[in-house]
Ligand binder design. Sequence first.
Ligand code: OKP
Ligand code: ZN
Length: 346
Amino acid sequence: MKTFYNHLHAQHQGKVEMFRGALVPCFEVPARADHVLAELQRRQLGAVLEPQAFDEAALTAIHSPRYLNFLATAWDQWVALDAANADKDILPSVWPTRTFRTDIEPDNFAAKVGLYSYDAGTPFTSGTWVAARAGANCALSAAQVVVAGDRAAFALSRPPGHHAGADFFGGYCFLNNAALAAQHLRHAGMKKVAVLDVDYHHGNGTQAIFFDRPDVYFASIHGDPRTEYPFYLGHADETGSGAGLGANLNLPLPRGTDYATWAQALETALAGIARFGADALVVSLGMDTFEGDPISGFKLKTDDYLRIGERLAKAGLPTVFIFEGGYAVQEVGVNAVNVLQGFTNP
Ligand code: OKP
Ligand code: ZN
């Protein structure tokens, strides 16, 4: 299985995120991807390649031009406010919730940041745009080789993507890599594409992007949003809207869920995907279901990830894996590569 990796991911290195009234060190760190890369190379699971560069049109297929323009210019706007800002990350502090207007982009920079974000845990740094674009190119390149006939491919990208919507960032995510890959598969002629999100956190961005579409099925297994981030989406009664009704499946599980219960949810998700009749699969591969994850609550063990990979292979679909969360930094490489190994070599 080919892996698409770009060292520019390390340019996205947030300093702090807001947690319980304090700024704490970021959990989403460059070392996460370094560990996955090292483990891939150690096990010789396939070539590690530089992604192709895709143009603006691949991004505007998912994200709004207004949002992309903001991401591309945010850092320069920030430093133009005050040269001393160059040493600080951008963190949002104000948001247009409910009755506020979102059709007018304010001139005030803090107000713009809030317009395009939804939490105070996602710092935007000097290298965020460069890294996010490189990550999107990895996802698109992985989709491209699957279009060209590879059974599967892996996008080893940072920052993650599944919380990013058409026009907002949050949850450590800026560009929705899984959605970009799914849309690329559709564009290249795959009639029906399924996105399976196995990150601990509900992929609210991916769900929102495809919620009204009948051609992209979204299935997610995640911590119950009543207690788990992102809190405001991911309930079982969200089944799609309009032409997309029936093409969204949420399987929330309580904190403390172990592999036996999680694997039943995986069966349910794969049954939904089979009934949908997908021609290709995109997996949002978050590794924060691991028992040692510092910000999550499931109890999966390192060997369980081999079983997950085996089971995904049995679904029999061309598959694009997209790296998402997983914050047990020392273990994330072994766990992620276990999925890929289980998939290729059961
Ligand atoms: C991103 B992905 C921890 C707060 C958690 C956001 C979690 C984002 C997870 N102090 N805040 O889905 O792995
Ligand atoms: Zn997560």
